[in-house]
Design a protein around this ligand. Structure first.
Ligand code: F3S
Length: 386
């Protein structure tokens, strides 16, 4: 990869050890993926926040970067606990202490510690065409697909290094021709369950870019679809005909075609349902938007709490503050949990079976949290608690 004189100087350590390490990491990534140069970015979103997922090794890396500062706005993914309700969540004090240390390390680097996977709803909204370096598979796919910003599927360290340098290696989805669809997915039926559409589609396309026809998703449904496909496959970008910004930019001639209908979504649903008696019922993967909170409040209005499973509504602090009346309605049914989610907090220490309406959570609850999983769509989950 070609570096200019300033970049060479950073790599030689002239701007400090943290920046040197960050540049070294970017150069290594660029060489692996065949990038010819670095491209300036307008923002970063960093994963690798929960103590459950990064442990002491991740803390070590953050401490090595301690003398650096980020030079573009950067936000932070969910941590392993709600910073103000961690005791209620059954988090042990040592975990809480190490978790807070991780957040402090990021704050010292200059990162905004919003601890949410939906930064595009409030603190970090990129513009179409901007290069960004985002980790968090659901958010980066949303940014590529629904906003038209340009990011690869970054890991936590790569996104952090990019935030420190203000640039990222130019390869993959930073190059327009690589953003072309590879498979057409014709969706049949109406009243689409976007989690299960994503679950089925991700399993078919893997890492390729799908082009959906026959659907008209809302913003929240786009985020649900992004999250599910990022987990059942490793989709970092998708197009929806007439909806996503670049959907008219590419020639579809000759592309493989696949149809997903009721039957395929039902098969996906059967595949993820492995339990029947949830001890935790969790909404908000990705974090609930204000519209989703309003919708839940209206679905729950006039109903009574049923069952003794614990109920969580996971969202960001910014979203929580934006709809206080509806939040009050939800509080009759469960905890409003911020800064974290059902996957990155250590639920396996308290629960064995979790219910979710998220395709992404279905995958990770089973693999990262040792959970039996009950999948229901949003209305089905509401029926479980009221
Ligand atoms: Fe967000 Fe956690 Fe789901 S980080 S996308 S709520 S697994």
């Amino acid at each position: 990869m070609q570096l200019n004189r300033d970049e060479e100087a950073i790599l030689a350590g002239e701007s400090g050890e943290g920046k040197r390490k960050a540049m070294e990491l970017l150069v290594a990534l660029g060489d692996i993926y065949g990038a010819e140069e670095l491209v300036p970015i307008s923002s970063a979103h960093l994963s690798g926040v929960s103590y459950k997922t990064i442990g002491e090794g991740g803390i070590g890396l953050l401490e090595e970067m301690a003398d650096a500062r980020i030079c573009v706005p950067a936000t932070l993914n969910p941590a392993g606990m709600d910073r103000s309700r961690w005791e209620e969540m059954g988090i042990n004090p040592r975990f809480a202490d190490r978790q807070q240390h991780i957040i402090d390390c990021y704050e010292r680097l200059g990162v905004t510690s919003n601890c949410s996977c939906t930064p595009y709803f409030d603190l970090n909204m990129p513009k179409r065409g901007q290069h960004i370096a985002w980790a968090e598979s659901s958010a980066l796919s949303f940014a590529n697909s629904a906003i038209g910003a340009k990011t690869n599927r970054e890991g936590g360290p790569g996104a952090l290094a990019a935030a420190i340098i203000g640039k990222t290696p130019k390869y993959g989805l930073h190059i327009d021709k690589n953003r072309a669809p590879a498979v057409i997915i014709d969706v049949e039926g109406d009243d689409i369950d976007y989690s299960m559409l994503g679950q089925a589609a991700g399993a078919i396309v893997g890492a390729r870019i799908p082009y959906f026809r026959g659907i008209r998703p809302t913003v929240d449904q786009l985020k649900t679809l992004a999250a599910a496909m990022a987990a059942s496959g490793s989709v970092a970008m998708y197009h929806v005909e007439e909806i996503t910004p670049e959907s008219n930019d590419f020639d579809l001639k000759g592309l493989e075609k696949v149809t997903i209908g009721k039957k395929e979504m039902e098969t996906a649903r059967e595949g993820v349902n492995t339990g029947n008696d949830p001890e935790l019922i969790a909404f908000g993967c990705p974090h609930l938007s204000a519209d989703e909170i309003r919708n839940l409040a209206s679905l729950l209005k006039g109903r009574r709490r049923q069952g003794d499973a614990e109920v969580w509504f996971c969202t960001s602090r910014q979203t929580l503050a934006s709809c206080p009346k509806e939040v009050k309605e939800l509080e009759r049914f469960g905890k409003l949990v911020c800064d974290t989610c059902m996957v990155v907090t250590p639920i396996e220490e308290r629960f064995a079976c979790t219910a979710t309406n998220s395709g992404k959570a279905c995958n990770y609850l089973a693999t990262l949290c040792s959970q039996k999983v009950v999948y229901r769509d949003t209305k089905g989950l509401v029926e479980l608690i009221s």
